[in-house]
Design a protein. Sequence first.
Length: 146
Amino acid sequence: MEHLNLSANYFGGTMPAALAGLPALRSLLLDTNQFTGAYPAAEISKLTRLEQLTLAWNPFAPAPAPPEFAKLTNLSYLWMSNMNMTGEIPKAYSNLANLQLIAITGNKLTGEIPAWVWQHERLEYVYLYTSGLTGELPRKITAVDV
């Protein structure tokens, strides 16, 4: 299986660790459900072929943004809005060289927008509103010109 879309259902409880048993997945869309508990970052990070990952709009237990997702170097689309993330955006996400979209709105993040966001070669869409981030915008942005 390469694509699994379970978005916008009423799935609840903890997200099954069995997802790691689908190594050929290129897209995993689990947004807009009722998943609770911890997001299975270690299991998802084993899906190294993933290009699209959506976990948004699930009432997970508050936890830091999972640094394990930096292992998903094929990701081009990462949507993690409104999922109770806390702490800073992991610097390790700068390793996501194919990333074109990152959406982490509506979380309880702290700190500044990392410099790599403004310098990323492929990043075209950045959604960070109502996430609690602070700081100043840089004078120079060298990311993709669109």
